[in-house]
Design a protein around this ligand. Structure first.
Ligand SMILES: NC(=O)c1ccc[n+]([C@@H]2O[C@H](COP(=O)([O-])OP(=O)(O)OC[C@H]3O[C@@H](n4cnc5c(N)ncnc54)[C@H](O)[C@@H]3O)[C@@H](O)[C@H]2O)c1
Ligand SMILES: CC(C)(O)[C@@H](O)C(=O)O
Ligand SMILES: [Mg+2]
Ligand SMILES: [Mg+2]
Length: 348
């Protein structure tokens, strides 16, 4: 652990023992956002990896082209010591049923998010370790940061420790995917699930897109051009957040004008005010009491009618259309697109 004082344990490279994973085989089930990043990072770190995919998956060829061994999920799980469950949360219970015979006493079932354990959708056998390394990043950036020799933070949790080595092994896994470079925070499955769902709904994915869209709509409805509104409310968001990422809010405030700082500090809290706090409390409560999980599970059982509608409406928003046209004309756009295609596997 770092010499620095933290309120919870935070682990770095020096705390990890790569021997804890060195002679083990990891089955990475799924080759989507997290799956392709874990599999390639583990492989580059010298860990024996087999990717578990359905025979008809488009990702099969992609994973092989990336130099990885691929097998069906049940074959991959049967040969592995650590099974990393990186298929979508909603299909994990069915995939778990298909692979559970391959879990032997002392093996590890590992997650990147605790939804199915915390909300009792998967009941693992008592003789396996159950752990979590939950990267605090979209998977494509987990891979990019690893390749660029930076790292991304993650959470570590142990739900079952039958071997007495669950935590050491999880930390070695976190090191192999590049997370101990940035810091790995020890937590519980419950705490990871509640904070992760809250964060992605209220702040990261839901809150920020809603804020951007409302800002864009306000400007466009008032007669300003969509191009200007896009650059003001979406494109510059990344540049402002980059400064906060690098040096906290102070670095951002230092870089913007005093006019922006005064206006931001005085008007910002009137826009995102106490009403928003109340909404956030409510969203957190629905995560904590299981209401959101119940809703999402039922939504999937019903064939995702609301999800389909929300997804289509979001993709059809004007900001997406104007943004695509503007981004295509960035002078570096072609290069970035080629790199992205080479990096990202098909999501099937
Ligand atoms: N997306 C992220 O960046 C992110 C970040 C942190 C944690 N997580 C967690 O990681 C896990 C994986 O999420 P993801 O977003 O990477 O998933 P994803 O949607 O990107 O994964 C899709 C992959 O799963 C496989 N798959 C899909 N349906 C399948 C089925 N029925 N049977 C077998 N394989 C199937 C396919 O290979 C596909 O490429 C989840 O627990 C999620 O909460 C995700
Ligand atoms: C990348 C996120 C939002 O942090 C993750 O939690 C997810 O569910 O995709
Ligand atoms: Mg998250
Ligand atoms: Mg999440």
């Amino acid at each position: 652990m770092s010499e620095t004082e933290f309120t919870v344990p935070v682990y770095y490279d020096n705390d990890a023992n790569s021997d804890a994973i060195a002679n083990k085989t990891v089955a990475v089930l799924g080759y989507g956002s997290q799956g392709h990043a874990h599999a390639q990072n583990l492989d580059d770190s010298g860990v024996d990896v087999v990717v578990g995919l359905r025979k008809d998956s488009d990702s099969w060829t992609q994973a092989e082209n990336d130099g990885l061994r691929v097998a069906t999920p049940d074959d991959a799980a049967a040969e592995a010591d650590i099974v990393s469950m990186l298929v979508p949360d909603t299909v994990q219970p069915a995939v778990f049923e298909a692979i559970s015979d391959g879990l032997e006493a002392g093996d590890t079932l590992q997650f990147a998010h605790g939804f199915n354990i915390h909300y009792n959708q998967i009941q693992p056998p008592e003789d396996v370790d159950v752990t979590m390394i939950a990267p605090k990043t979209p998977g494509h950036l987990l891979r990019r940061n690893y390749v660029e020799d930076t790292g991304t933070p993650a959470l570590l949790a142990v739900y079952q420790n039958t071997t007495d080595g669950a935590k050491e092994e999880a930390l070695a896994y976190a090191q192999a995917i590049g997370c101990t470079r940035a810091g790995v925070v020890e937590t519980t499955f419950q705490e990871e699930v509640e904070t992760d769902l809250f964060g992605e709904q209220a702040v990261l994915c839901g809150g920020i897109t809603s804020l951007i869209k409302k800002g864009y709509e306000t400007l466009v409805d008032a007669g300003y051009s969509p191009e200007m509104a896009y650059f003001e409310c979406l494109n510059e968001m990344k540049l402002i957040v980059d400064l906060m990422y690098e040096g906290g809010m102070a670095e951002m405030w230092n870089s913007v004008s005093d006019t922006a700082e005064y206006g931001g500090l005085a008007v910002g809290p009137e826009i995102v005010g106490e009403g928003v706090r109340e909404n956030m409390d409510e969203a957190l409560e629905q995560v904590q009491n299981g209401e959101f999980a119940r809703e999402w599970i039922l939504e999937n059982q019903a064939g995702r009618p609301s999800y389909t509608q929300l997804h289509a409406a979001d993709r059809n928003h004007d900001i997406e259309e104007v943004g695509a046209r503007l981004r295509a004309l960035f002078s570096w756009a072609e290069e970035a697109e080629e790199e992205e295609e080479a990096e990202a596997p098909a999501d099937d």
